[in-house]
Write a protein that binds this ligand. Structure first.
Ligand code: AKB
Length: 332
């Protein structure tokens, strides 16, 4: 199916058909710049409009168009969509789990009203929308191991509640109005080039900076808290695959994706093995422990593999190797 999607796109481009014009909201967040780069490599620099409510660094501006766009301002967002002739929206603007518990009003506003604005504009202007969901959409009563796509979903965080709302509303707009809504439930995403922003899985990035800087780390989750994780390149590759998959390949609109899973103590063991045998760790769980305790440990993702070719390649040891290699020069 992946080969089919690529061939269809190649045909589209070779027959002179225009590549899609894509708007990325929240493009200055953890995933945004890598996703924008991948989209520009595929569809051309000028066809991918990056947007956010912050000022981009000169390097983030250099590779193509950037616009100020607040997802809470529907008219302004609509103007960008009309002015740039947007076909697809990749909607990354969101307040993550820990940040949402710190500021529930902001979490509700951005995650619910921001998404509703995007979806309504997709209905009016016939857009494809890819908006990621998360393992945070599951809750304390969800089965924790090999969690299936369809299961109990009663999250108890603002982030989780707003993402279940997003999934259901996207499916509703798809069925009722034919909006081409697509979503995948991200695990914790690990990246070296862009910092995370207010998540419960952020420890798995912080730990590398601390290891290289101080050779010690105080972890805000308990030693044995196993969570699903993925390296950013696997995440962006999967997001591109789902974005480009032909409509008739999709048997559902929201997909679990699983790449690897580990606990803090397993990550520490790998950092000690690859970096420093005397790397010191202390566990001081805070409010994020209660969030992590409600999330799956591992996810079942056969439909994503079957329908659009989800095929992550990096496991825990690979992620540690890449993170250490990328961050080492920063702390030399
Ligand atoms: C978070 O920790 O909130 C995010 C997520 C798993 O969606 N990284």
């Amino acid at each position: 199916r992946r080969a089919f999607a690529r061939a269809a796109l190649a045909r589209r481009l070779s027959t002179g058909a225009q590549p899609p014009r894509v708007l990325v909201t929240g493009s200055l967040g953890q995933l945004g710049s890598t996703m924008v780069d991948a989209l520009r490599a595929r569809f051309g620099q000028a066809n991918v409009v990056a947007s956010d409510i912050r000022k981009p660094a000169p390097s983030q501006r250099a590779s193509g168009p950037f616009v100020y766009a607040d997802v809470l301002n529907r008219r302004a967002l609509e103007q960008v969509i009309v002015d740039y002739g947007i076909d697809w929206v990749v909607h990354f603007s969101a307040i993550l789990s820990a940040a949402g518990e710190r500021n529930p009003a902001l979490g509700l506003d951005v995650n619910i009203n921001g998404f509703q604005n995007v979806l309504e504009l997709a209905r009016v202007h016939g857009l494809r929308v890819l908006s990621p969901s998360t393992i945070g959409a599951f809750g304390p009563t969800t089965p924790k191991d090999l969690t299936p796509d369809l299961t109990i979903m009663r999250p108890n965080t603002i982030y989780g509640i707003s993402k279940v709302h997003m999934e259901l509303l996207g499916e509703y707009y798809c069925e009722k109005y034919g909006v081409d809504f697509r979503s995948l439930r991200y695990p914790g995403i690990i990246s070296a080039d862009s910092p995370p922003g207010g998540g419960t899985t952020d420890y798995a990035i912080d730990i590398f900076h601390a290891a290289l800087k101080h050779n010690r780390y105080t972890c805000f989750l308990q030693h044995d808290t196993r969570l699903p994780m993925a390296y950013i390149t696997d995440c962006v590759a999967g997001t591109m695959q789902l974005l480009e998959a032909p409509q008739d390949a999709l048997t559902q609109r929201v997909y679990n994706v699983h790449a690897c899973d580990f606990s803090p103590e397993e990550l520490v063991a790998e950092v000690r093995r690859q970096h420093s045998a005397d790397f010191a760790i202390e566990y001081c769980p805070d409010f994020r422990q209660a969030i992590a305790d409600t999330w799956p440990r591992t996810m079942a993702d056969a439909p994503a593999r079957r329908d659009w070719g989800w095929n992550p390649t990096l496991g825990t040891a690979d992620i540690v190797r890449i993170m250490l290699a990328k961050l080492h020069p920063v702390y030399e």
